[in-house]
Write a protein of this length. Structure first.
Length: 262
């Protein structure tokens, strides 16, 4: 199993304004959606609409003000090994080798040394880093380090993989290479993935479904199913038509946000 349910989730901050004045900042209210077992769902929307906040709540790193997030029916109350998380920052241990970085989370699960090594090598191979097992991560390129982070998240064999702008710090060519690699890995593993990105083309290329959030307070304005064969052709007319539709939807969200702050 690997099912993620977001049910009526809201997030409100109390923000100080001036010396003795505060006001409530409503990030989003009543957000509900489901990521089915084996589904790849991307969350996109205007900058600052709360995409990363939503993912952090699913990861158990932040708490909602209302509503519930469940993984396989179990409410999220904090970080857990049922969820693997990949951030834009690599967050690797430079004093450890590639294989030891990948095996790190397995030790927390109580997996024995021999099985840790076996699983770590399996996922290093899956992300295309065979031959680099003994390298320290400071000797690797940005794309290779992100592959290590992905392998580490996958190695604990979580129910759900949460990815927050994982390729945002990479150059355009490396980013496209990593998108291709992630698509290949997903087709091999069918891992349930919730993916946050601001890149519309990336969302279409990778996802089964794309969820669009509006400006604050964010709400879901569109859920688009991507019915294109994989691997996808970024230059296909149908691909580009979907890209245009999503651009228009996000543009409407940006205008709504501007109106709300006028």
């Amino acid at each position: 199993m690997g099912e993620l349910n977001v049910d009526g989730v809201a997030k409100t901050y109390r923000r100080r304004e001036g010396w003795n004045t505060t006001r409530l900042l409503h990030v989003f209210e009543g957000i509900s959606f489901k990521v089915e077992d084996g589904e790849f769902v991307s969350i996109i929307g205007p900058s600052g609409c709360g995409k990363s906040t939503l993912l952090n709540m699913a990861a158990g790193l932040d708490k909602s003000s209302a509503g519930t997030i469940r993984v396989d029916g179990v409410p999220v109350r904090g970080p857990g090994l049922d969820r693997g998380v990949v951030f834009q920052e690599f967050a690797l241990f430079p004093w450890l080798t590639v294989v030891d970085n990948v095996a790190f989370g397995l030790k927390s699960k109580g997996v024995g040394r021999a099985q840790r090594d076996e699983l770590a090598h399996k996922y290093v191979d899956l992300v295309g880093l065979s031959g680099f097992e003994s390298y320290h991560t400071n000797r690797l390129s940005g794309g290779m380090r992100q592959r290590v982070g992905l392998a580490r998240a996958l190695a604990i064999e979580p129910s759900v993989l949460l990815m927050d702008e994982p390729f945002g710090a990479l150059d355009a060519q490396t980013r496209e290479t990593m998108q291709n690699a992630l698509d290949d890995i997903w087709r091999k593993t069918r891992k349930t993935i919730m993916f946050v990105t601001h890149d519309i083309r990336e969302a279409i290329y990778l996802s089964d479904r794309v969820i669009v959030l509006s400006g604050r307070p964010a709400r879901i304005t569109l859920e688009m199913r991507i019915d294109l064969e994989r691997p996808r052709n970024r230059h296909d007319e149908r691909f580009q038509a979907l890209e245009l539709e999503l651009e228009r939807s996000i543009g409407a969200g940006e205008r709504e946000r501007a109106d709300n702050h006028a």
